[in-house]
Design a protein around this ligand. Structure first.
Ligand code: NAI
Length: 332
């Protein structure tokens, strides 16, 4: 079955790395019909909007998008595209796999886990007020509905990807009501997946365990704020934000993208590393059930990175965006 795929090349290095990733997808005969649409600074120039209606309509139709990084113009009250998309499509699951890659200097090469972060609630809902000029309040809002859908997503992901362990990360010992509700819902859902080993870990302990023994985790499911912090901590473990993929997933759409930005300092120079976006494409293949093609690309990526001649400048190599992809396609 062929899937309609909305391709958003984005800004800066976005179009360069997106083009390379499409070459790899075509080389493995991924079952996509590609439709390109603009978003970001380029779209603001050509369509007068960071996220044109035509792009929103395309994602509504395809429900699947791969997105290069977009530049958020400074000033003018521009919201980031990612925030806009998250709200527009109710993308409640932020999913970030974290694993060490050959040739990438890292703090702990035993990490191989996925963080599933709730994307819509918690302190990020923006419910804030000044009580008086010296006192501010932010409300932490956690709902059963919001907790249920993210925790179920994490368990279903474990089932689909053959993982055996889920850790629910919280601070219910202190925030007994909000985190208490998240944990309670987590334990209820866990009881429906007896084949999966579930444990709960308090967030401060989770940070320490992740740095010292990350191999004990397979899937971590957590609230918005803890997830934001833990996913960057984990990215730091395996070589930084430049090599880590990500996705924002909801019931109406799933959008896959690299974690890094549009890197204007190296745009148009054939220097950008396509690894992060390529791994996002691998996540997208897994999302639609194309596990074999996903594994094939990951194997080729590992082989390519193992050879120092292929690596791009950010990884200390002499390879270019295009030579890296050519080597990878040879390795498929
Ligand atoms: P950045 O991630 O674009 O760049 C930081 C540094 O990392 C730069 O030196 C850059 O050359 C390098 N870098 C990033 N990706 C690379 C790659 N694939 N290969 C080799 N080197 C790479 O972060 P910065 O400079 O803070 O942001 C630039 C723009 O990107 C801003 O407008 C920001 O709003 C936007 N941004 C967009 C994101 C998205 O669309 N998902 C995420 C983060 C930032």
């Amino acid at each position: 079955m062929s899937h309609l795929l909305t391709v958003i090349p984005g800004d800066g290095i976005g179009p360069e790395i997106t083009a390379q990733v499409l070459k790899v997808l075509k080389a493995v005969q991924a079952p996509f019909e590609y439709e390109e649409h603009p978003a970001g600074e380029n779209a603001l120039k050509t369509h007068g909007s960071l996220l044109p209606d035509s792009t929103v309509a395309a994602i509504e139709k395809s429900k699947l998008a791969i997105k290069g990084p977009t530049t958020t113009p400074v000033g003018g009250g521009h919201k980031s595209i990612n925030v806009l998309m998250r709200q527009k499509f109710d993308l409640y699951a932020n999913v970030r796999p974290v694993r060490a890659l050959p040739g990438v200097v890292c703090v702990n090469n035993k990490a191989n886990l996925t963080i599933v972060r709730e994307n819509t609630e918690d302190l990020y809902a923006g419910i804030e007020r000044m009580v008086d000029e010296n006192t501010a309040e932010s409300i932490k809002r956690i709902t059963r509905k919001g907790s249920e859908r993210i925790i179920r997503y994490a368990f279903e992901l474990a089932k689909k990807t053959g993982k055996k362990k889920v850790a629910i990360v919280h601070k219910a010992n202190i925030m007994k009501m909000s985190d208490g509700l998240f944990l309670k819902v987590g334990q209820e859902i866990a009881s429906q997946y007896p084949e999966i080993e579930t444990r709960d870990v308090i967030v401060d302990n989770a940070c320490m365990q992740l740095v010292t023994r990350p191999e004990q985790f397979e899937i971590i499911v957590t609230e918005n704020l803890y997830g934001d912090i833990l996913s960057d901590l984990c990215a730091g473990l395996v070589g930084g934000l430049g090599v880590v993929p990500g996705s924002n997933i909801g019931d109406k759409a799933a959008i896959f993208e690299a974690v890094h930005g549009s890197a204007p300092d190296i745009a148009g120079q054939n220097k950008a590393n396509p690894t992060a976006l390529l791994q996002s494409a691998v996540m997208m293949l897994e999302h639609i059930g194309e596990m074999e093609k996903a594994q094939k690309i990951m194997k080729a990526l590992f082989l390519t990175l193992e050879d120092a001649n292929n690596r791009t400048a950010d990884l200390g190599g002499r390879g270019t965006t295009s030579s890296f992809t050519e080597a990878l396609i040879r390795n498929l």
